[in-house]
Design a protein around this ligand. Sequence first.
Ligand code: F58
Length: 832
Amino acid sequence: HETGPRHTPTSTLANGPVISPPHTVDAFVKAFLHELNFGQGVPLSRSSVNDQYLALARTVRSYLMARWLETARRRRTDKPAKMVGYLSAEYLLGRQLDNALLATELTDIATEAMVACGIEIDDLRQQEVEPGLGNGGLGRLAACFIDSMATLGASSIAYGIRYEYGIFQQTFVDNRQVEKPDAWLSMGGPWGVVHPEMEVPVNFGGHVETYVGEDGRERRRWTPAWGVMALRYNYMVPGYQNGVVNTLRLWRARATESFDLHIFNAGDYAEAVRAQTFAENISKVLYPEDSTPQGKELRLQQQYFFVAASIKDFIQHTMPKDFDVRDLPERIIFQLNDTHPVIGIPELMRILLDEHDLEWEEAWAITKQCFAYTCHTLLPEALEVWPVSLMERLLPRHMEIIYRINEDFVAELRETYPGDELRVRRMSIIADHPERSVRMAHLATVASVKVNGVAALHSELLKEKVLNDFSELWPERFTNVTNGVTPRRFIKLSNPEQSKLISDTIGKGWVANLDRLEELVGYADDADFREKFRAVKAHNKTRIRNVLVSRDGIALPEGHLLDVMVKRLHEYKRQSLKLLHIVTLYDRLISGEVEPSTVTPRTVVFGAKAAPGYAMAKETIFLINSVAQTVNNDPRVDGRLFVAFPPNYNVTLAEKLIPAADLSEQISLAGKEASGTGNMKFALNGALTIGTDDGANVEIRQLVGDENFFLFGMTEPEVAELQAKGYRPGEYYERDPQLRRAIDLIASGHFTKGSRDAVSSFVGDLLYNDRFLALADYAAYIEAQDKVEAAYGDQDNWSRMAILNVARTGFFSSDRSIRDYIDRIWHVKTGV
Ligand code: F58
């Protein structure tokens, strides 16, 4: 759809097709050597591994290029079809190379080509630094969704920020988390294509004034105080073997010339450079907060920066030149990935009012049709609010527009609910307490065609709790789209052995049609298949053992049940409950309560980053590491229990770890985890889940069957009831001797070299606060874990259950999620 600045040479060559090199080993070798020699400027004999990786990446990229151009050409018609503009502040992409090879069916050819060059392709794979441009589930979901949009051939473009530093690198020093910057671009970023001439300006600050237009009407004019340029970086999003390559457009901030020119003129060179740094800070670093937004000015700058650039880019460059903004609702639906891009709503209003001279009513009617909002949380403290004072300073015209939207909305409310001022105050977009601020979720809900939650239970609770007043007013606006994960990255690439077994059994079609996994149901009763399935698991365990030895020097024991809890560290996810379980197992072993030889040997693997400012989360990390150190070195354990906490859990590690797991830990307090997506990846890779009735666990259990899922803990209504009557964690401690022993052992300093101080805040919080009711669910959790051990003893039946988990969870393909969005919200075309 690109209709921006173009210069078409008059040569006949100008209209010739772009042809990718042939799919042969010879051609691939040639293209690779060309990239190495003329791109990197080194001969093969003197090339570094990084040279080779960059050349390989660019070679694969060149194979994708023709498909990319062809996809764009097909969409560039006189009346382009409606598109999805996916707006997300995060994309947790993971490594690109293997996915690109899979999409283009070049894996074997590239491998052979590298052999021909005397290169081990695996070494090049290891060279790629994953783009960690996201925090956790929300960012990874966006990455799965763009993969599915491309695979379905959905007419779409995704927008975000090209952070120079992604999610921090986690290290442990004396068992505590220490963050290091993630300079993911420092070795060269071969996947992005920059178009410096297509940059767009984004403005901030200044003031708004009234003026009289040529038609005699009064209008408002925003005179910004400063601005930056948004530099466009395009990334390819290949569909799975379908010829489609979509675009992920990430923006980078660059200082404008005018920004510092007058300072230069004044002769203050240093000040000019400082000003430049200030502007470029906008895309410098991903905020590492998870679940609780920080409300920092720079973050609002980031949000407005990428959304303003994206909307302008869409209207000015993606739409045809003669495009009438009144047609926008037929051309675009912007999907808001949480509230981070919600500032796009007043921005579109501003464009329609101030730049296209539309009347308020008309502008509002258009805007209301152009957005849909996905909420990803149930925690009230996670709902973004921005102080009015900050908004007025940074985006004065937008604040004005928000006030006007709210004025109309509140008037409508007063008409619908006469006299119900309490309700009006609850629903208002502007909150008065504790500080005058803008509730971004309310703004999103008021201006969106649809509002969706991310799992069935979450969407219900959204309607009943978080946005209850809104769902009463507009019940038809609320819907559910259960999350999903891409089977390309999280089965086909991450679990080649299981993939081969499945393809050998039911054919290859499942990769793009995951419902076909159902055909495996019958094989759960086939002893030969079960045996093969176990061999896959054993293979994957060996693989993770090798990975952890070379990555972290961690030597996992063999022959253990592999119990995995990987997700961001947060109190509501209850890593502390898992820790209490480990301490209980340990206590049973060292107290002589059980004979070591009678217990199922178990290895627990954690992966979790804590937000750098989240003190309790960091205490939990310290304690997990401390417990691991003690348990792993205590001879009384007799090799029956092992705890591993490899640092810096990321997509690359997930791809190796999840396929090896026997048991998936999904133990959040019921009513707190919106969906979870790791839970889906584990089930699809043949792990059984121990979990609460929360998020998508509910749907997983319904699909796999109660008998193939270890359910425990309170339900959401039970949680609400307990909290209403007053929860006192100390009572559970007093009543349950097993729990008391575990907590006492921690409190005694047993795991912290005798230091009680080192654990006092953790223990104190559990006993006197325990906001997420870990102690209340402890007994049920231990009981369920004991059932897990017993079940694992019957390996044949365990395999049967695991196979049924794989066979019945095809529903959790992100292809299905995207089809749901298309059918119920976006109404865009698919098909290549
Ligand atoms: C996650 N949210 C949910 N937020 O917690 C999880 O249940 C769900 O499966 C997933 O979204 C996808 O829907 C999440 O990851 C963040 O990381 C935000 C980052 C920015 C600050 C606020 C939290």
